[in-house]
Design a protein around this ligand. Structure first.
Ligand code: HEM
Length: 511
Protein backbone atom coordinates (compact mmCIF):
# COMPACT_ATOMS: atom_id res chain seq x y z
CA UNK A 1 0.00 0.00 0.00
CA UNK A 2 1.31 3.38 -0.98
CA UNK A 3 1.36 6.38 1.24
CA UNK A 4 -1.40 8.80 0.41
CA UNK A 5 -0.26 12.18 -0.98
CA UNK A 6 -0.50 15.49 0.81
CA UNK A 7 -3.10 17.50 -1.13
CA UNK A 8 -2.51 21.19 -1.76
CA UNK A 9 -5.51 22.38 0.22
CA UNK A 10 -4.42 26.02 -0.07
CA UNK A 11 -4.85 25.89 -3.84
CA UNK A 12 -7.77 23.47 -4.37
CA UNK A 13 -11.16 25.21 -4.48
CA UNK A 14 -13.39 24.43 -1.52
CA UNK A 15 -16.43 23.22 -3.44
CA UNK A 16 -14.37 20.36 -4.87
CA UNK A 17 -13.19 19.46 -1.40
CA UNK A 18 -14.90 19.22 1.05
CA UNK A 19 -17.94 20.74 -0.75
CA UNK A 20 -19.86 23.83 0.34
CA UNK A 21 -22.86 22.12 1.97
CA UNK A 22 -24.86 25.32 2.31
CA UNK A 23 -28.63 25.84 2.12
CA UNK A 24 -28.45 28.44 -0.67
CA UNK A 25 -26.15 28.11 -3.64
CA UNK A 26 -26.30 30.57 -6.51
CA UNK A 27 -24.72 29.77 -9.85
CA UNK A 28 -23.87 32.87 -11.90
CA UNK A 29 -23.14 32.19 -15.55
CA UNK A 30 -21.28 34.92 -17.43
CA UNK A 31 -19.97 35.46 -20.92
CA UNK A 32 -16.77 37.27 -21.77
CA UNK A 33 -17.38 40.13 -24.19
CA UNK A 34 -14.10 41.99 -23.73
CA UNK A 35 -11.26 39.60 -22.79
CA UNK A 36 -8.70 42.03 -21.38
CA UNK A 37 -10.82 43.70 -18.66
CA UNK A 38 -12.51 40.33 -18.05
CA UNK A 39 -9.12 38.72 -17.41
CA UNK A 40 -8.21 41.45 -14.92
CA UNK A 41 -11.57 41.14 -13.19
CA UNK A 42 -11.23 37.35 -12.84
CA UNK A 43 -7.70 37.78 -11.57
CA UNK A 44 -8.94 40.26 -8.96
CA UNK A 45 -11.32 37.58 -7.65
CA UNK A 46 -8.46 35.36 -6.43
CA UNK A 47 -8.39 36.60 -2.80
CA UNK A 48 -12.16 36.14 -2.53
CA UNK A 49 -12.16 32.46 -3.58
CA UNK A 50 -12.40 29.96 -0.75
CA UNK A 51 -9.78 27.24 -0.58
CA UNK A 52 -10.36 23.67 0.52
CA UNK A 53 -8.50 24.35 3.77
CA UNK A 54 -10.63 27.39 4.58
CA UNK A 55 -13.91 25.58 3.88
CA UNK A 56 -12.78 22.63 6.02
CA UNK A 57 -12.01 25.07 8.86
CA UNK A 58 -15.36 26.84 8.41
CA UNK A 59 -17.23 23.52 8.59
CA UNK A 60 -15.33 22.54 11.76
CA UNK A 61 -16.15 25.83 13.40
CA UNK A 62 -19.82 25.52 12.50
CA UNK A 63 -19.94 21.97 13.90
CA UNK A 64 -18.18 23.03 17.09
CA UNK A 65 -20.69 25.83 17.55
CA UNK A 66 -23.61 23.47 17.00
CA UNK A 67 -22.18 21.16 19.64
CA UNK A 68 -21.77 24.01 22.14
CA UNK A 69 -25.27 25.39 21.54
CA UNK A 70 -27.10 22.11 21.14
CA UNK A 71 -28.75 23.48 17.98
CA UNK A 72 -27.70 25.02 14.69
CA UNK A 73 -26.00 28.40 15.24
CA UNK A 74 -28.11 31.45 14.30
CA UNK A 75 -25.25 33.89 13.98
CA UNK A 76 -22.37 32.02 12.42
CA UNK A 77 -22.49 32.17 8.69
CA UNK A 78 -20.07 32.10 5.80
CA UNK A 79 -20.34 33.14 2.21
CA UNK A 80 -18.23 30.86 0.08
CA UNK A 81 -17.20 31.79 -3.46
CA UNK A 82 -15.64 29.61 -6.17
CA UNK A 83 -15.11 30.00 -9.90
CA UNK A 84 -14.92 27.77 -12.97
CA UNK A 85 -14.27 28.53 -16.65
CA UNK A 86 -15.37 26.69 -19.80
CA UNK A 87 -13.02 25.69 -22.63
CA UNK A 88 -14.52 28.48 -24.72
CA UNK A 89 -13.88 30.92 -21.87
CA UNK A 90 -10.24 29.80 -21.46
CA UNK A 91 -9.72 30.34 -25.19
CA UNK A 92 -11.18 33.85 -25.08
CA UNK A 93 -8.87 34.68 -22.18
CA UNK A 94 -5.89 33.50 -24.20
CA UNK A 95 -4.90 30.84 -21.64
CA UNK A 96 -2.18 28.62 -23.15
CA UNK A 97 -2.07 24.84 -23.73
CA UNK A 98 -5.79 24.09 -23.54
CA UNK A 99 -5.25 21.40 -26.19
CA UNK A 100 -3.12 19.51 -23.65
CA UNK A 101 -6.30 18.37 -21.92
CA UNK A 102 -7.01 15.01 -23.47
CA UNK A 103 -10.71 15.17 -22.50
CA UNK A 104 -12.55 15.86 -25.73
CA UNK A 105 -15.87 16.30 -23.94
CA UNK A 106 -14.52 19.31 -22.02
CA UNK A 107 -12.95 20.81 -25.13
CA UNK A 108 -16.17 20.50 -27.16
CA UNK A 109 -18.59 21.52 -24.43
CA UNK A 110 -21.91 20.15 -23.21
CA UNK A 111 -24.09 21.32 -26.08
CA UNK A 112 -22.14 19.29 -28.64
CA UNK A 113 -22.04 16.23 -26.38
CA UNK A 114 -25.63 16.35 -25.17
CA UNK A 115 -27.13 13.82 -27.59
CA UNK A 116 -24.63 11.22 -26.38
CA UNK A 117 -26.04 11.73 -22.88
CA UNK A 118 -29.44 10.66 -24.16
CA UNK A 119 -30.92 14.16 -24.63
CA UNK A 120 -33.10 14.52 -27.74
CA UNK A 121 -30.85 15.54 -30.65
CA UNK A 122 -29.99 19.13 -31.44
CA UNK A 123 -32.43 20.53 -33.97
CA UNK A 124 -35.23 18.12 -33.05
CA UNK A 125 -37.00 20.85 -31.09
CA UNK A 126 -38.08 18.26 -28.52
CA UNK A 127 -38.07 19.21 -24.84
CA UNK A 128 -34.58 18.54 -23.47
CA UNK A 129 -32.79 19.21 -26.76
CA UNK A 130 -30.20 22.00 -26.57
CA UNK A 131 -32.22 24.58 -28.50
CA UNK A 132 -34.89 24.38 -25.78
CA UNK A 133 -32.39 25.01 -22.97
CA UNK A 134 -32.58 28.17 -20.89
CA UNK A 135 -28.83 28.58 -21.31
CA UNK A 136 -25.83 26.53 -22.44
CA UNK A 137 -26.54 26.34 -26.18
CA UNK A 138 -26.09 28.54 -29.26
CA UNK A 139 -25.25 32.10 -28.30
CA UNK A 140 -26.05 31.38 -24.65
CA UNK A 141 -23.03 29.24 -23.80
CA UNK A 142 -21.34 30.49 -20.62
CA UNK A 143 -17.61 31.19 -20.29
CA UNK A 144 -17.46 31.70 -16.54
CA UNK A 145 -19.34 30.26 -13.58
CA UNK A 146 -19.31 31.79 -10.11
CA UNK A 147 -20.66 29.67 -7.28
CA UNK A 148 -21.88 31.47 -4.17
CA UNK A 149 -22.93 29.46 -1.14
CA UNK A 150 -24.30 30.48 2.24
CA UNK A 151 -27.13 29.65 4.63
CA UNK A 152 -28.33 33.25 4.41
CA UNK A 153 -30.43 33.77 1.29
CA UNK A 154 -30.49 37.60 1.55
CA UNK A 155 -26.72 37.70 1.76
CA UNK A 156 -26.41 35.49 -1.32
CA UNK A 157 -28.77 37.79 -3.25
CA UNK A 158 -26.79 40.89 -2.25
CA UNK A 159 -23.43 39.44 -3.24
CA UNK A 160 -24.88 38.01 -6.45
CA UNK A 161 -26.03 41.50 -7.46
CA UNK A 162 -22.71 43.08 -6.48
CA UNK A 163 -20.71 40.52 -8.49
CA UNK A 164 -22.90 40.82 -11.58
CA UNK A 165 -22.73 44.62 -11.53
CA UNK A 166 -18.96 44.66 -11.25
CA UNK A 167 -18.53 41.90 -13.86
CA UNK A 168 -20.73 43.81 -16.30
CA UNK A 169 -18.55 46.89 -15.84
CA UNK A 170 -15.47 44.89 -16.71
CA UNK A 171 -15.94 42.99 -19.90
CA UNK A 172 -18.43 40.29 -18.90
CA UNK A 173 -22.17 39.91 -19.30
CA UNK A 174 -24.73 37.92 -17.36
CA UNK A 175 -26.10 34.92 -19.24
CA UNK A 176 -28.09 33.17 -16.56
CA UNK A 177 -28.42 32.71 -12.79
CA UNK A 178 -29.66 29.55 -11.06
CA UNK A 179 -30.61 29.89 -7.42
CA UNK A 180 -30.39 26.54 -5.68
CA UNK A 181 -32.02 26.12 -2.31
CA UNK A 182 -32.51 23.12 -0.06
CA UNK A 183 -36.12 22.15 0.49
CA UNK A 184 -37.85 23.44 3.65
CA UNK A 185 -38.07 21.77 7.07
CA UNK A 186 -37.80 18.01 7.22
CA UNK A 187 -37.48 17.85 3.43
CA UNK A 188 -34.04 19.51 3.58
CA UNK A 189 -31.57 17.27 1.74
CA UNK A 190 -34.34 15.51 -0.19
CA UNK A 191 -34.61 16.00 -3.94
CA UNK A 192 -38.00 16.94 -5.42
CA UNK A 193 -39.26 13.40 -6.04
CA UNK A 194 -38.96 13.09 -2.27
CA UNK A 195 -35.86 10.95 -1.78
CA UNK A 196 -33.01 11.86 0.51
CA UNK A 197 -29.97 12.74 -1.61
CA UNK A 198 -26.30 13.32 -0.96
CA UNK A 199 -25.81 10.19 1.14
CA UNK A 200 -23.20 8.23 -0.77
CA UNK A 201 -19.94 9.99 -1.62
CA UNK A 202 -16.54 8.54 -2.40
CA UNK A 203 -13.81 9.47 0.09
CA UNK A 204 -10.78 11.05 -1.55
CA UNK A 205 -7.45 9.57 -0.50
CA UNK A 206 -4.97 12.13 0.73
CA UNK A 207 -3.61 13.94 3.74
CA UNK A 208 -3.83 17.50 5.03
CA UNK A 209 -0.20 17.54 6.19
CA UNK A 210 2.86 15.32 6.27
CA UNK A 211 1.66 13.63 9.46
CA UNK A 212 1.07 9.99 8.43
CA UNK A 213 -2.57 9.78 9.47
CA UNK A 214 -3.75 13.36 9.02
CA UNK A 215 -6.31 12.24 6.45
CA UNK A 216 -8.70 14.64 4.76
CA UNK A 217 -11.46 12.07 5.02
CA UNK A 218 -11.48 10.56 8.48
CA UNK A 219 -11.34 6.79 8.71
CA UNK A 220 -14.29 5.82 10.84
CA UNK A 221 -14.56 2.05 10.41
CA UNK A 222 -15.10 0.39 13.78
CA UNK A 223 -11.89 -0.95 15.35
CA UNK A 224 -13.46 -4.39 15.21
CA UNK A 225 -11.16 -6.89 13.54
CA UNK A 226 -14.20 -8.27 11.72
CA UNK A 227 -13.57 -5.52 9.17
CA UNK A 228 -10.72 -7.31 7.55
CA UNK A 229 -7.61 -5.74 6.09
CA UNK A 230 -9.01 -5.64 2.59
CA UNK A 231 -12.15 -3.75 3.61
CA UNK A 232 -10.13 -1.41 5.81
CA UNK A 233 -7.66 -0.66 3.03
CA UNK A 234 -10.46 0.16 0.57
CA UNK A 235 -13.08 2.01 2.62
CA UNK A 236 -12.93 5.12 4.80
CA UNK A 237 -16.25 4.33 6.45
CA UNK A 238 -18.88 1.63 5.98
CA UNK A 239 -19.89 1.69 2.30
CA UNK A 240 -17.63 4.67 1.54
CA UNK A 241 -14.87 3.77 -0.92
CA UNK A 242 -11.43 5.39 -0.85
CA UNK A 243 -10.56 6.78 -4.26
CA UNK A 244 -7.16 8.05 -5.39
CA UNK A 245 -7.17 11.84 -5.83
CA UNK A 246 -6.16 11.67 -9.51
CA UNK A 247 -9.77 10.75 -10.31
CA UNK A 248 -10.89 14.13 -8.97
CA UNK A 249 -7.87 16.45 -9.12
CA UNK A 250 -5.24 17.17 -11.74
CA UNK A 251 -1.67 16.64 -10.62
CA UNK A 252 -2.26 13.48 -8.56
CA UNK A 253 -2.08 9.74 -9.21
CA UNK A 254 -4.97 7.50 -10.17
CA UNK A 255 -5.81 3.94 -9.17
CA UNK A 256 -3.74 1.01 -10.36
CA UNK A 257 -6.20 -0.98 -12.52
CA UNK A 258 -7.91 -3.54 -10.25
CA UNK A 259 -6.12 -2.59 -7.04
CA UNK A 260 -7.95 0.22 -5.25
CA UNK A 261 -5.34 0.22 -2.49
CA UNK A 262 -2.53 1.20 -4.88
CA UNK A 263 -1.94 4.08 -7.22
CA UNK A 264 -0.45 3.68 -10.68
CA UNK A 265 2.88 5.40 -11.28
CA UNK A 266 2.76 8.32 -13.73
CA UNK A 267 -1.01 8.16 -13.98
CA UNK A 268 -1.76 11.83 -13.40
CA UNK A 269 -4.56 13.01 -15.70
CA UNK A 270 -3.11 14.75 -18.73
CA UNK A 271 -3.57 18.47 -19.07
CA UNK A 272 -1.66 21.76 -19.09
CA UNK A 273 0.82 22.40 -16.26
CA UNK A 274 -1.49 25.09 -14.85
CA UNK A 275 -4.31 22.53 -14.40
CA UNK A 276 -2.72 21.07 -11.24
CA UNK A 277 -5.16 21.12 -8.29
CA UNK A 278 -8.07 21.76 -10.65
CA UNK A 279 -11.03 19.59 -11.60
CA UNK A 280 -13.62 19.37 -14.37
CA UNK A 281 -17.03 20.56 -13.26
CA UNK A 282 -20.12 19.14 -14.96
CA UNK A 283 -23.18 21.37 -14.59
CA UNK A 284 -26.55 20.01 -15.71
CA UNK A 285 -29.69 21.93 -15.00
CA UNK A 286 -32.29 19.17 -14.65
CA UNK A 287 -36.02 19.91 -14.47
CA UNK A 288 -38.16 17.41 -12.61
CA UNK A 289 -41.82 16.80 -13.44
CA UNK A 290 -42.90 15.78 -9.97
CA UNK A 291 -46.60 15.44 -10.78
CA UNK A 292 -45.91 13.12 -13.71
CA UNK A 293 -43.60 10.96 -11.62
CA UNK A 294 -46.11 10.72 -8.76
CA UNK A 295 -48.96 9.85 -11.12
CA UNK A 296 -46.82 7.15 -12.70
CA UNK A 297 -45.98 5.62 -9.30
CA UNK A 298 -49.65 5.63 -8.28
CA UNK A 299 -50.88 4.04 -11.52
CA UNK A 300 -48.04 1.58 -12.01
CA UNK A 301 -48.14 0.31 -8.42
CA UNK A 302 -51.83 -0.37 -8.81
CA UNK A 303 -51.37 -2.20 -12.12
CA UNK A 304 -48.45 -4.24 -10.81
CA UNK A 305 -50.50 -5.11 -7.75
CA UNK A 306 -53.38 -6.33 -9.90
CA UNK A 307 -51.02 -8.35 -12.11
CA UNK A 308 -49.80 -10.36 -9.16
CA UNK A 309 -46.49 -8.62 -8.44
CA UNK A 310 -47.52 -7.82 -4.90
CA UNK A 311 -51.04 -6.91 -3.94
CA UNK A 312 -49.68 -4.60 -1.21
CA UNK A 313 -47.36 -2.67 -3.51
CA UNK A 314 -47.56 0.99 -2.57
CA UNK A 315 -46.40 3.93 -4.70
CA UNK A 316 -43.75 4.55 -2.00
CA UNK A 317 -42.33 1.05 -2.32
CA UNK A 318 -42.33 1.18 -6.12
CA UNK A 319 -40.45 4.49 -5.92
CA UNK A 320 -37.94 2.89 -3.57
CA UNK A 321 -37.38 0.04 -6.04
CA UNK A 322 -36.69 2.54 -8.82
CA UNK A 323 -34.21 4.58 -6.77
CA UNK A 324 -32.71 1.74 -4.69
CA UNK A 325 -33.44 3.69 -1.50
CA UNK A 326 -36.59 4.57 0.40
CA UNK A 327 -37.59 8.23 0.64
CA UNK A 328 -35.76 8.42 3.98
CA UNK A 329 -32.57 7.23 2.27
CA UNK A 330 -32.71 3.78 3.89
CA UNK A 331 -31.36 1.28 1.32
CA UNK A 332 -33.76 -1.19 -0.26
CA UNK A 333 -30.97 -3.77 0.07
CA UNK A 334 -31.25 -3.48 3.84
CA UNK A 335 -35.02 -3.68 3.87
CA UNK A 336 -37.02 -4.20 0.70
CA UNK A 337 -40.37 -4.03 2.51
CA UNK A 338 -40.10 -1.32 5.11
CA UNK A 339 -38.76 2.22 5.23
CA UNK A 340 -36.80 2.32 8.48
CA UNK A 341 -36.74 6.12 8.46
CA UNK A 342 -33.91 8.61 8.27
CA UNK A 343 -30.82 7.58 10.22
CA UNK A 344 -27.19 8.10 9.40
CA UNK A 345 -25.83 4.94 10.95
CA UNK A 346 -25.90 2.20 8.35
CA UNK A 347 -27.68 4.15 5.60
CA UNK A 348 -24.71 3.68 3.28
CA UNK A 349 -23.62 0.28 4.54
CA UNK A 350 -24.72 -2.30 2.00
CA UNK A 351 -23.58 -4.30 -0.98
CA UNK A 352 -25.44 -5.85 -3.90
CA UNK A 353 -23.91 -9.16 -5.06
CA UNK A 354 -22.62 -10.41 -1.72
CA UNK A 355 -24.26 -10.32 1.69
CA UNK A 356 -22.79 -8.04 4.34
CA UNK A 357 -21.82 -10.10 7.35
CA UNK A 358 -20.34 -7.73 9.93
CA UNK A 359 -22.76 -5.60 11.94
CA UNK A 360 -21.95 -2.04 12.86
CA UNK A 361 -21.96 -1.33 16.60
CA UNK A 362 -25.43 -0.16 17.68
CA UNK A 363 -26.99 -0.78 14.29
CA UNK A 364 -30.13 -2.79 15.10
CA UNK A 365 -31.33 -3.41 11.56
CA UNK A 366 -30.88 -6.50 9.40
CA UNK A 367 -27.81 -6.58 7.17
CA UNK A 368 -28.30 -7.21 3.48
CA UNK A 369 -28.72 -10.59 1.86
CA UNK A 370 -26.89 -11.40 -1.37
CA UNK A 371 -28.68 -10.18 -4.48
CA UNK A 372 -26.70 -11.29 -7.54
CA UNK A 373 -29.89 -11.54 -9.64
CA UNK A 374 -31.56 -8.24 -8.85
CA UNK A 375 -34.38 -9.78 -6.82
CA UNK A 376 -34.10 -7.38 -3.89
CA UNK A 377 -32.87 -4.23 -5.64
CA UNK A 378 -33.66 -4.13 -9.37
CA UNK A 379 -30.64 -3.85 -11.65
CA UNK A 380 -32.18 -0.71 -13.14
CA UNK A 381 -32.49 1.10 -9.79
CA UNK A 382 -30.78 4.50 -10.02
CA UNK A 383 -28.13 3.84 -7.36
CA UNK A 384 -27.35 0.35 -8.70
CA UNK A 385 -26.84 1.82 -12.19
CA UNK A 386 -24.52 4.66 -11.19
CA UNK A 387 -22.59 2.80 -8.48
CA UNK A 388 -22.98 -0.98 -8.75
CA UNK A 389 -20.66 -1.35 -5.73
CA UNK A 390 -19.63 -5.00 -5.43
CA UNK A 391 -21.37 -6.17 -8.63
CA UNK A 392 -19.04 -7.30 -11.39
CA UNK A 393 -19.90 -5.18 -14.42
CA UNK A 394 -19.39 -5.07 -18.17
CA UNK A 395 -16.04 -3.32 -17.52
CA UNK A 396 -14.76 -6.08 -15.26
CA UNK A 397 -14.37 -6.81 -11.57
CA UNK A 398 -15.90 -4.59 -8.90
CA UNK A 399 -12.59 -2.85 -8.19
CA UNK A 400 -12.84 -0.96 -11.49
CA UNK A 401 -16.02 0.83 -10.45
CA UNK A 402 -13.99 2.94 -7.96
CA UNK A 403 -12.58 4.79 -10.97
CA UNK A 404 -16.01 5.82 -12.23
CA UNK A 405 -17.16 7.66 -9.13
CA UNK A 406 -17.94 11.39 -8.99
CA UNK A 407 -17.81 14.08 -6.34
CA UNK A 408 -21.44 15.26 -6.45
CA UNK A 409 -22.19 18.78 -5.24
CA UNK A 410 -25.71 19.44 -6.53
CA UNK A 411 -28.64 21.21 -4.89
CA UNK A 412 -32.38 21.42 -5.56
CA UNK A 413 -34.07 24.46 -7.09
CA UNK A 414 -37.63 25.69 -7.37
CA UNK A 415 -40.57 25.93 -4.95
CA UNK A 416 -42.54 23.08 -3.45
CA UNK A 417 -45.15 21.61 -5.78
CA UNK A 418 -47.82 22.14 -3.10
CA UNK A 419 -47.02 25.88 -2.98
CA UNK A 420 -46.71 26.55 -6.71
CA UNK A 421 -47.87 23.61 -8.80
CA UNK A 422 -47.10 25.23 -12.15
CA UNK A 423 -43.58 26.48 -11.30
CA UNK A 424 -40.43 24.74 -12.46
CA UNK A 425 -38.36 22.69 -10.01
CA UNK A 426 -35.50 20.23 -10.18
CA UNK A 427 -31.88 19.54 -9.48
CA UNK A 428 -28.82 21.63 -10.27
CA UNK A 429 -26.52 18.68 -10.82
CA UNK A 430 -22.86 19.52 -10.15
CA UNK A 431 -20.07 16.93 -10.23
CA UNK A 432 -16.27 17.07 -10.13
CA UNK A 433 -13.92 14.60 -11.83
CA UNK A 434 -10.76 14.53 -13.95
CA UNK A 435 -12.28 12.77 -16.94
CA UNK A 436 -15.73 13.82 -18.14
CA UNK A 437 -15.50 11.11 -20.81
CA UNK A 438 -14.59 8.29 -18.42
CA UNK A 439 -16.66 9.36 -15.45
CA UNK A 440 -19.82 11.48 -15.98
CA UNK A 441 -20.34 10.62 -19.66
CA UNK A 442 -19.41 7.00 -19.09
CA UNK A 443 -22.04 6.68 -16.36
CA UNK A 444 -24.68 8.34 -18.54
CA UNK A 445 -23.93 6.68 -21.89
CA UNK A 446 -22.74 3.28 -20.85
CA UNK A 447 -24.72 2.51 -17.73
CA UNK A 448 -27.72 4.83 -17.22
CA UNK A 449 -28.96 4.72 -20.81
CA UNK A 450 -28.09 1.11 -21.68
CA UNK A 451 -30.59 -1.57 -20.68
CA UNK A 452 -27.85 -4.23 -20.72
CA UNK A 453 -25.17 -2.47 -18.71
CA UNK A 454 -23.54 -2.52 -16.22
CA UNK A 455 -25.41 -5.81 -15.72
CA UNK A 456 -25.76 -7.87 -18.88
CA UNK A 457 -29.35 -8.97 -18.36
CA UNK A 458 -31.68 -6.49 -20.03
CA UNK A 459 -32.61 -5.02 -16.65
CA UNK A 460 -33.58 -1.73 -18.29
CA UNK A 461 -32.40 1.87 -18.41
CA UNK A 462 -32.23 4.04 -15.26
CA UNK A 463 -35.93 4.85 -14.66
CA UNK A 464 -35.13 8.03 -12.70
CA UNK A 465 -32.64 9.93 -14.84
CA UNK A 466 -32.60 8.41 -18.31
CA UNK A 467 -34.23 10.71 -20.85
CA UNK A 468 -35.38 7.64 -22.82
CA UNK A 469 -39.14 7.39 -23.38
CA UNK A 470 -41.32 4.29 -23.26
CA UNK A 471 -38.77 1.74 -22.21
CA UNK A 472 -39.23 -1.12 -19.79
CA UNK A 473 -37.40 -2.36 -16.75
CA UNK A 474 -37.41 -5.78 -15.09
CA UNK A 475 -38.81 -6.25 -11.63
CA UNK A 476 -38.66 -9.66 -10.02
CA UNK A 477 -40.83 -11.03 -7.27
CA UNK A 478 -40.04 -14.55 -6.16
CA UNK A 479 -39.72 -16.51 -9.38
CA UNK A 480 -41.94 -14.13 -11.34
CA UNK A 481 -40.43 -11.54 -13.61
CA UNK A 482 -42.46 -8.45 -14.44
CA UNK A 483 -41.80 -5.95 -17.16
CA UNK A 484 -42.68 -2.48 -16.07
CA UNK A 485 -43.32 0.10 -18.81
CA UNK A 486 -41.53 3.35 -18.05
CA UNK A 487 -42.95 6.34 -19.93
CA UNK A 488 -39.99 8.43 -18.68
CA UNK A 489 -39.47 12.11 -19.37
CA UNK A 490 -39.78 13.27 -15.76
CA UNK A 491 -36.17 14.46 -15.64
CA UNK A 492 -35.17 16.75 -18.46
CA UNK A 493 -32.07 18.78 -19.24
CA UNK A 494 -32.74 22.51 -19.44
CA UNK A 495 -29.19 23.84 -19.57
CA UNK A 496 -25.62 23.42 -18.42
CA UNK A 497 -21.98 23.37 -19.45
CA UNK A 498 -18.71 21.53 -18.92
CA UNK A 499 -16.32 23.79 -16.99
CA UNK A 500 -12.91 23.64 -15.30
CA UNK A 501 -12.40 24.72 -11.68
CA UNK A 502 -8.68 25.58 -11.53
CA UNK A 503 -6.46 25.84 -8.50
CA UNK A 504 -6.72 29.30 -6.95
CA UNK A 505 -3.15 30.25 -7.90
CA UNK A 506 -4.25 29.98 -11.54
CA UNK A 507 -6.21 33.22 -11.07
CA UNK A 508 -3.26 35.21 -9.81
CA UNK A 509 -0.41 33.49 -11.69
CA UNK A 510 -1.80 32.42 -15.07
CA UNK A 511 -4.49 35.01 -15.75
C1 HEM B 1 -33.01 14.91 -11.17
C2 HEM B 1 -32.09 13.97 -11.33
C3 HEM B 1 -31.60 13.09 -10.23
C4 HEM B 1 -32.25 12.63 -9.11
C5 HEM B 1 -33.68 12.89 -8.71
C6 HEM B 1 -31.30 11.81 -8.39
C7 HEM B 1 -31.57 11.18 -7.19
C8 HEM B 1 -30.64 10.47 -6.45
C9 HEM B 1 -30.89 9.90 -5.17
C10 HEM B 1 -32.22 9.99 -4.40
C11 HEM B 1 -29.76 9.28 -4.77
C12 HEM B 1 -29.55 8.51 -3.47
C13 HEM B 1 -28.80 9.33 -2.45
C14 HEM B 1 -27.34 9.02 -2.35
O1 HEM B 1 -26.95 7.86 -2.42
O2 HEM B 1 -26.56 9.96 -2.21
C15 HEM B 1 -28.78 9.44 -5.81
C16 HEM B 1 -27.49 8.96 -5.79
C17 HEM B 1 -26.60 9.09 -6.84
N1 HEM B 1 -26.81 9.71 -8.03
FE1 HEM B 1 -28.49 10.65 -8.60
N2 HEM B 1 -30.13 11.78 -9.08
C18 HEM B 1 -30.26 12.54 -10.20
C19 HEM B 1 -29.32 12.77 -11.18
C20 HEM B 1 -28.11 12.13 -11.26
C21 HEM B 1 -27.20 12.24 -12.36
C22 HEM B 1 -27.39 13.06 -13.63
C23 HEM B 1 -26.14 11.47 -12.06
C24 HEM B 1 -24.94 11.28 -12.95
C25 HEM B 1 -24.45 10.16 -13.29
C26 HEM B 1 -26.36 10.88 -10.74
C27 HEM B 1 -25.48 10.10 -10.06
C28 HEM B 1 -25.66 9.63 -8.78
C29 HEM B 1 -24.65 8.92 -8.01
C30 HEM B 1 -23.24 8.61 -8.47
C31 HEM B 1 -25.24 8.58 -6.80
C32 HEM B 1 -24.58 7.82 -5.64
C33 HEM B 1 -24.79 6.34 -5.80
C34 HEM B 1 -24.05 5.55 -4.74
O3 HEM B 1 -22.87 5.80 -4.53
O4 HEM B 1 -24.66 4.68 -4.14
N3 HEM B 1 -27.58 11.30 -10.29
N4 HEM B 1 -29.35 10.18 -6.83
Amino acid sequence: MLEEPVLDLDDIQGNILPGFKKDSQHFLFLQIVDPEPARLWLKSLAPRLWTAREVLAAHSMWKAMRLKLGHEPDNLDFLFLNCAISAQGLKKLGVPDIEKFDDKAFKRGLEERSSSLGDPPRGSGEPGSPETWIFGAGSRRPDVLLILATDNLDWAVRVEEELITSAQQQGLQRIHVDRGRVRPGTLAGHEHFGFKDGISHPAIRGRKSIAPDDFIESRTLPEDSAFDDIYRSRFAAPGRPLVWPGHFLFGYLRQKSDEPESSRPNSEPSGPAWAVNGSFLVYRRLSQDVQRFRTFLAEASETLGQNGFDSDLTPERLGALLVGRWASGWPVMRDPNLDRGEQELGENYFTFTEATTVSLPNDPYPLNLPDPNGLICPFAAHIRKVNPRDDATDIGPKERTFQKLLLRRGITFGPEIEDKPQAERGLLFVAFQTSIVDQFEFLMNDWVNDANKPHANNGGVDPIISAARNTKISLVNGTNKFDLQIPGGWVMATGGEYMFAPGIRFFSNVL
